[in-house]
Structures are given as C-alpha cells and as structure tokens.
Design a protein around this ligand. Structure first.
Ligand code: IDP
Ligand code: MG
Length: 137
C-alpha cells in the first residue's frame, strides 16, 4: 500500500478560511487526497490522538483549542507523504517556521499557552495508521 498520512486542519485554520489554501498546497505538491471530512473533535479522540503529550504544560490548552471549533480531517497518500507533508507544514512554532511553509506563511504567535499552528501531520507510519483510525474509523 502507498504511504498515507493524517492531516488535520486545526480550528484556527478552519476559522480563518484557510482549508482550501492548505488543501491546495497538498494537491499541488502531488499528493492524492483520499478522505476529507469536516468534524467536531471529541475529548476521547483528542485524548487518543495526543496521548504522547499528556502531562505537558501545553496539553490542556491544546485539547481546549482543538475542541474550540470544527476541524477538517484529511488522508493524503503518496510516496514519502509523511515526511513530505511535515516539510510543507514547517516547524511547530509559527513565528520561526520557514517562509514557504504553511505555518511559516500563514501562522503567527497569538500570545497563548498553545501554539495555534494551523495543521497537524503524522510523524511516522505507525502514528499515521493509528491516527487515521481515530479520525476515520
Ligand atoms: P507538531 O504538531 O509540530 O508535531 P508536537 O510536538 O507534536 O508538534 O505538538 C503538538 C501540538 O502541540 C503542536 O502542533 C502545537 O499546537 C502544540 N505545542 C507543542 N509544543 C508546544 C509548546 O511548547 N508550547 C505551546 N504549544 C505547543
Ligand atoms: Mg506531533
């Protein structure tokens, strides 16, 4: 099977009307979108999705942020898509993310306890398969 990744457009991206711009970048890079759905995250989904971050200072603000509005779940497919989407997304902190990336071009710091950085992208094949299960069953 071709490699897959789970992308989430976070509530800030949806609220700012950037879903189309983010999808455009994924498709323009050459990846295939195989699932796409706007959803409202649940506490249970977020507890599973962000289990690795439980106990960190930004965990509760992160969960609250992800519950604050609709998100868009995307499954994208293509050789090395996991690495490729993380390169498109840019580094975690939008202030210093490279220009040319989603976070670097479209994101900024808003002085909050959680970095609102527009997108999530899986970081390994194992994470991707686990996360696709959480959001797409
Ligand atoms: P990633 O999304 O770049 O993979 P992770 O380390 O997996 O980053 O963190 C998950 C999310 O938690 C980030 O995208 C960001 O929204 C938030 N976050 C991570 N580290 C911090 C931090 O040090 N301060 C505030 N928020 C953070
Ligand atoms: Mg991560």
């Amino acid at each position: 099977m071709t490699e897959r990744t789970l992308i989430l457009v976070k509530p800030d991206g949806v609220a700012r009307g950037l879903t189309g711009e983010i999808l455009r970048r994924v498709e323009a890079k050459g990846y295939r979108v195989t699932a796409l759905s706007q959803m409202q995250a649940t506490q249970e989904q977020l507890a599973a999705h962000y289990a690795e971050h439980e106990g960190k200072p930004f965990y509760a603000p992160l969960v609250d942020f992800m519950l604050s509005g609709p998100i868009v779940g995307i499954v994208a497919e293509g050789d090395r898509v996991i690495e490729g989407f993380r390169a498109l997304a840019g580094s975690t902190e939008p202030t210093t993310a490279s220009p040319g990336t989603i976070r670097g071009d479209l994101g900024r710091d808003w002085g909050e306890k959680v970095q609102k950085n527009l997108v999530h992208g899986s970081d390994s094949v194992e994470s991707a398969e686990r996360e696709i299960g959480i959001w797409f069953g």
